[in-house]
Write a protein that binds this ligand. Sequence first.
Ligand SMILES: *Cc1c(COP(=O)(O)O)cnc(C)c1O
Length: 471
Amino acid sequence: MPSDSNAQFRSIPSMDELLNTPWALKFSASLGREQVKTAITEALEKIRRELCAGASVSSQSAAELVLLRVSSMLRKRAASTLKPVVNATGVIVHTNLGRAPLAREALEAAGAIAGTYSTLEYSPEEGGRNGRNSHIEWLICQITGAEAALAVNNNAAAVLLALSALAAGREVVVSCGELVEIGGSFRIPDILAFSGASMRVAGCTNSVRIDDYSSAITENTAALLKVHPSNYRIEGFVKQVSRKELAELAASRALVLIEDLGSGLLCPLNVPFAEREHSVRECLQGGSTIVTFSGDKLLGGPQIGIIAGSKLLIDKMRQHQLLRALRVDKMTLAAFEATLRLYLTGRHGEIPVIRMVEADADTLLKKARNLCRLLRSAAVNAGANDFGFSVVETRDAVGGGAFPVDTLAGFGVAIRSDSMNAESIAAALRTASVPIIPAVREEQAVLHVRALLFGDEKRIAASFTEIAERR
Ligand SMILES: *Cc1c(COP(=O)(O)O)cnc(C)c1O
């Protein structure tokens, strides 16, 4: 141990002294005194260990070191980690960024129900219990033409419940080219196994014929499963079986045709490649007995999973134990009901996801020019004259597994700097107090305007000012 180490140890302030410093008192108010105490203890122990190991610090810097370490640790803990960001990636349904931002009506409905008692499972007319599913079932049936509908936590849960209720202990036939994995954790073979059904694979990766399906059917088969190949497409020689053929085969063998549609498109979209994505109504009309889909992808609502179709089969799912574990929360139901009412009344153009998908080139170009102007003036005001901004063309994506290959022509603002490369510009934007998430391409950080929400241009300019001044 160095000879002056005793003096060094003594120079470390005591817990009591530290707890009464203004910064500790401030953190105590936001995090609680115990958390501050724990953080100080950890920092003190670490410094003592370093001194024992021969490190040397002056008496002044021991106190400073504790303060520095404790305050950076506490600052991180005092801030919420789940917070708003600006999505400038050009991907509309971005799973990592929370998928669909809700329409105003949906937000208001969720807020109104969250802080009060409600008719969640209660009928005022009857003075007694009513199922929570009742709030949305009629709406789904009206919008999709389904006989019955059931809501669960997400589409993964919808597929699991449908398979568990209809095919546990029996076989399900699925095409080899549809054994998809979505988001790393949803894998068709695994969900099938978990539901208790066994999988019979029909055809090859790129080619499946109706005969492949019929020869895979045994007396123990319960269902045919059709899965939307959400996040990929097979190119080249591809042979697939139409929904109509599958439906005819299922009907002739008294089987159920379950379709996992992924994104729940409820109305025709006004985009060039829209005909490739079938709506829930089209799938049901086309012969699928049961269709499952997400609420927070193309539909533009909260995270929810819907099972729609045959009343007989959905009644069976209502009796299943699993439903209790997958049931939907009241705020979600309120937001979803409000979103569905926008479809019912033909106002789905007000849903942010739909508005973003259908946004025309003119609107996007205007947005990009406006953003470019705001950024230029923010740079002038911050004296950041090493930055350059230009309006550029972009390729945007629907995301969430709809249209995996087709992109949408859009606009954005490219940011260049003489002193920072694209990756460091992007990193600085991402770590601003309101994080801005850009795309990085060809050595440029690009802010796509398609998925920007009201007020985001100002947020971007403010974050840019912050990072320009932070340098
Ligand atoms: C997205 C998707 C799922 C999973 O839906 P979640 O709502 O995220 O649970 C399942 N199947 C398909 C085909 C999908 O596209």
